[in-house]
Design a protein. Structure first.
Length: 241
């Protein structure tokens, strides 16, 4: 039996596999240990688990039949959907080798959105510019990237608007760079994650804007305290509106 004949059942079934964990389980059965098929499945499982751990499981669906019409993609690809819009808002994927065609290869991910469809998906409201500002900028060094996503997810569940930011370079740059970015983004406060001297469940919080010249004053809070504060602030802003 040729290699193509062995793969034929998988070729027929894979485009119909659509769902959550069961898709990965069935995909591994179809791969039958073939490393050229098992490798992409393992990578997809890794990305899926990371997103689930960040609190997005209910928004995710896996589709082994999804193929984008561009040959430069070499990893996970995705589409974005929203309730009330009968087509994808846009999509994208991983293309580590594309930039290499124009110079040095670099790990890259990109996406594009259809602006007309995006406007259809956004609820119409009369919020002013001030009410659309971010409540928090959650920041850390790159080594604490997963923790940043976890903290941001907890704050978003409190209905807070959150920006995630990873600081390049040494740990002693995190505070200054995060505060600078928070001020640029006009966030209400900066939340620092994974800083030396804090426990796993603690963060440093810097209120913005900084009113005094000099080093920003950061206060230590547990995540439970921070989430409770975020909820009180959201209730307060609703009452004022």
């Amino acid at each position: 039996m040729s290699a193509f004949q062995k793969l034929w059942p998988a070729i027929l079934e894979a485009p119909e596999l659509y769902g959550r964990e069961e898709v990965l389980e069935r995909g591994r059965i179809l791969a039958a240990g073939d490393p050229t098929l098992q490798g992409p499945l393992d990578r997809l499982a890794q990305v899926y688990q990371l997103l689930c751990a960040s609190g997005y499981r209910e928004f995710l669906l896996l589709d082994l039949g999804e193929f984008r019409g561009f040959d430069y993609y070499d990893g996970v690809v995705f589409d974005v959907f929203a309730e009330g819009v009968g087509a994808e808002l846009g999509g994208g994927g991983r293309y580590d080798h594309l930039i290499g065609r124009f110079g040095q290869p670099l790990p890259s991910t990109g996406f594009a959105l259809d602006v007309d469809r995006l406007f259809h998906a956004v609820p119409k409201g009369n919020e002013d510019e001030e009410s659309l500002r971010a409540d928090y900028l959650v920041a850390a060094s790159r080594r604490a990237g997963r923790r940043v996503m976890s903290v941001a997810s907890e704050l978003r569940r409190s209905k807070s608007r959150v920006i995630q930011y990873l600081v390049k370079g040494a740990d002693d740059r995190v505070l200054a760079d995060a505060v600078s970015m928070g001020a640029t983004q006009r966030a209400g406060a900066v939340v620092l994650v994974g800083t030396p001297g804090t426990d796993r469940d603690e963060v440093l919080v810097v209120d913005l804007p900084i009113k005094k010249v000099g080093r920003p004053q950061a206060k230590t809070m547990t995540m439970k305290e921070l989430v409770a504060l975020a909820r009180r602030n959201r209730r307060g802003s609703k009452e004022l509106s």
